[in-house]
Design a binder for this molecule. Structure first.
Ligand code: 8ID
Ligand code: ZN
Length: 349
């Protein structure tokens, strides 16, 4: 049975704090489902939303969260292909118009009417969350809901970013921010795609984790006196990695990447540090025929592909579980850069 009230983490104003309290359970509209969220990953995007780091405003009050894995408990009358009891994931792209130029061509994250979970609509830091049926991720029943939660944003995003990079099996990719949530999962997808990984982040815990996950070497940006030289030196011929996946929450590495990426290589910007700019030397970019581009989550097909990698046992990224009531602690650790891998909140605690 579906209760009238539920526990949620709510922010009333930009800047926070999050308040753990009871709020009403919503009813799904005709094209929507209600998902009983069991676990939700905590993405740095959720912290950006609390802090108001980005140029678009959030709804307020706001329930954050967009890596929610759970069970469908209700559906609107137009929903035909999601059943009550199905396992489903609520991701960043909560809904889109499905008819604009972008939606028609599988670029639905670019839809001008996109609904964003935990940003423009309430997200997954609550026990019951609404999402458009067309966009919920279909999660196979043999997959654990806690471990799969981080795939719903971090996994999809880095998988798509790796595809956008054009890197081929056997080539080298640098993951910048490799010790964080997206980075740790990026190492696993890259390895599964036959790429060789250089991890870049800081601290012994993250270094060890990155190597355990499959990075063949690690560059500690805080200890290195010349990150550009060290990253290039970590490649066999010293010419730099074929691709760079930028998932750090800091502007500086966005500038360094254009310098150390290999000629003909591609830099993929994914991380969204507040107010940051991409800067690259024109001369070296032109004569090196380098590509610099953004990558933004993934479409429904990327979602099912990313989940399939997970289902086949190719992705084993570390996560820690904590009660949803302790979300603020996770934000505090994230702010200090102290999380190796991902935290997942249990909505029942
Ligand atoms: O679709 C998208 N583009 C998308 C999707 C999901 C998330 C973008 N994001 C964005 C988030 O909004 C955030 O800005 O990706 C960024 C990373 O999210 P995350 O992985 O959830 O953050 P984290 O777990 O805090 O990891 C960040 C890591 O970066 C490292 C930190 O040590 C941490 O491990 N880092 C920093 I800060 N500066 C660094 C540097 N100079 C660095 N690593 C290497 N070099
Ligand atoms: Zn996210």
């Amino acid at each position: 049975h579906i209760p009238e009230k539920q526990w949620a983490q709510v922010i009333e104003k930009t800047g926070g704090p999050v308040e753990y309290k009871q709020i009403p359970v919503q009813k799904p509209g005709p094209d929507e489902v209600l998902v009983n969220i069991k676990y939700s990953g905590v993405c740095h995007t959720d912290l950006h939303a609390v802090n108001g780091d980005w140029p678009i405003p959030t709804k307020l009050p706001l329930v954050g969260g967009h890596e929610g894995a759970g069970v469908v408990v209700a559906r609107g009358e137009l929903v035909k292909d999601v059943e009550i009891g199905d396992h489903a994931g609520v991701k960043w792209l909560n809904g889109s118009c499905l008819s604009c130029d972008f939606c028609q061509t599988g670029d639905e994250p670019l839809c001008g009417k996109a609904l964003l979970s935990g940003y423009t609509v309430d997200g997954t830091f609550q026990e019951y969350c609404i999402a458009k049926a067309a966009h919920v991720a279909r999660i196979p029943k043999d997959v654990p809901l806690d471990a799969v939660a981080p795939i719903l944003c971090a996994g999809i995003t880095v998988y798509k970013g790796l595809k956008e990079s054009g890197a081929r099996p056997g080539q080298t990719v640098a993951v910048v921010g490799a010790g964080g949530g997206l980075g740790s999962i990026a190492i696993q997808y890259a390895k599964a795609m036959g790429l060789q990984v250089i991890g870049i982040d800081t601290g012994d815990e993250k270094a060890q984790m990155c190597k355990k996950l499959g990075a063949y070497t690690f560059v500690d940006f805080a200890k290195s006196s010349n990150v550009v030289k060290d990253v290039q030196g970590a490649t066999e011929d010293g010419l730099g990695p074929h691709a760079v996946i930028l998932v750090a929450v800091n502007e500086k590495p966005f500038q360094q990447a254009a310098e150390y990426v290999r000629p003909r290589g591609t830099v993929i910007a994914i991380g969204l540090p507040a107010g940051a700019y991409l800067r690259a030397p024109v001369f070296e970019t032109v004569l090196g025929v380098k590509t610099i581009k953004g990558s933004y989550v993934g479409n429904r097909k990327d979602t099912s592909e990313a989940l399939d990698f997970y289902r086949r046992g190719l992705i084993n990224a570390p996560f820690k579980t904590i009660g949803m009531s302790e979300l603020q602690k996770v934000y505090d650790m994230m702010h200090e850069g102290k999380i190796a891998g991902r935290y997942v909140v249990d909505t029942s605690k």
